[in-house]
Structure formats: C-alpha cells, structure tokens
Design a protein around this ligand. Structure first.
Ligand code: DND
Length: 188
C-alpha cells in the first residue's frame, strides 16, 4: 500500500508555486509520487487566454523533467469534453480494481508503476479551489474516493466547503504568491 498524489490543474502555465507545493505535499505525506494531471477542457474556466492542451501538457512535462517523484498523466488532455475530476478519479480507481483491469487501465492511462487496490489517493488542491469544492461535479462522491491535501494560498484560515465525506489535511508550508494569471498578464 502506498500513498499516491494526484495534482489536477489547468496549468496555464505551470509555475514554481505548483512545483514547490507538490514537493512539500510529497514530503510531508510521504507520497510515493505525484501525478500531474493537466486538464484538456477545464470545467470551470473560460477559454479566453487558455493555451492549447497539448502546449500546457508539454510545459508540465518539461517542468518536471528529471524530478524522480513527479510524473504526468495525459488522461484528461485526450478528452474532447470538459474534464470533471470525479470522472478522472473513477477511471483511476477502476485501474486499481482487478488485476486485469489494472493492466488494461495502466496501458490506457499510462501509469507505469504498479498500483495496488489499497493504495491511498491524495488529491492536491489549492486553498482557493478547496473552498469552492461544493460546486464541483459530484463533490460528495469525489470526497469518498480521495483525501484532499490542501495547499496554503490565502493568508487566512481554511474555510471548509459543505461537502459530505470530506477527508482532508493541510500541507504545512509557506504560501507562495504566484499564479498563472499573473504570469499571463506579465507576458502580454
Ligand atoms: P485550476 O484551474 O484551479 O488549476 O484547476 C484545479 C483542478 O480542479 C483541475 O484538476 C480541475 O479540473 C479541477 N476542477 C475545478 C473545478 C471543477 C471541477 C474540477 C469539477 O470536477 O467539477 P491551476 O492550474 O490554476 O492550479 C492547480 C492547483 O494548484 C489548484 O488547485 C490551485 O489552487 C493550486 N495553486 C496553488 N496552490 C498554492 N499556491 C499557489 C498556487 N497556484 C496554484 N501559488
């Protein structure tokens, strides 16, 4: 049984805050690895200023190159419709169900390392997004399947979203004042 980190994001573009936070979460919660999952069509963001999924994927790949514990999944960028996290987690959980489906799913989602049925899935999420979790698709169901690792982002206490079955832990690290929005604005 191992702890696996899943880090979903639009990554438009990926930045140092994402990388530092992922590393802090990995160390504190002894994650065997963190899978970055760039989303193809984000369910919650407008298309304005959105780089093509392939480009965002390539930038994530480049940013994590040589980092032993960071990997990338293309499960969401392949999709032609909005990517809801619940669907991604269901696919990944499916990958853990039986030996044969693990083999098939591993081929499908590109996970090279063997995952076991009892692996614990941790979903890394920024404080801002965590506080809006009740607005996510099938949030109560999602909360049954993962434990959230909340990355500090705002200079105040975390406000809990009204979601049933919520399991979460805070990542104890300093917040980093950087965002994809600021980076895009600076490069305009
Ligand atoms: P973002 O667009 O916020 O990602 O999306 C995060 C994830 O939420 C993606 O996997 C989405 O598919 C999923 N989502 C959102 C809304 C609805 C649903 C799913 C649904 O299923 O209904 P960003 O690229 O902006 O950032 C990635 C993560 O990193 C976010 O959680 C963000 O809050 C966090 N982050 C930071 N955390 C701490 N310090 C910083 C950060 N910058 C970004 N400086």
């Amino acid at each position: 049984m191992v702890n696996i980190g899943l880090f979903g994001g639009t990554f438009n573009p990926i930045h140092i805050g994402h990388l530092k936070m992922a590393e802090a979460a990995r160390k504190e919660y002894k994650l065997s690895c963190v899978y970055f999952i760039p989303c193809g069509i984000p369910p919650h963001k407008q298309k304005k200023d959105l780089m093509p999924a392939k480009k965002r994927y390539e930038l994530v790949k480049k940013a994590i190159k040589g980092k032993k514990y960071f990997k990338i999944l293309d499960i969401e960028i392949k999709k032609k419709k909005p990517c809801y996290t619940i669907d991604t987690i269901m696919s990944l959980r499916g990958a853990l169900a039986t030996k044969q489906s693990r083999v098939n799913s591993r081929k499908m989602i590109g996970i090279a390392s063997p995952l076991a049925r009892n692996d614990i899935l941790f979903f890394l999420i920024g404080q801002d997004e965590f506080e809006k979790l009740h607005m996510w698709d099938k949030a109560n169901q999602l909360a049954k399947l993962v434990t959230f690792l909340v990355l500090p982002r705002l200079s105040r206490k975390i406000k809990l979203p009204k979601v049933k079955n919520l399991k979460w832990f805070k990542v104890h690290t300093k917040s980093i004042n950087v965002s994809s929005t600021k980076i895009r604005e600076r490069t305009k």
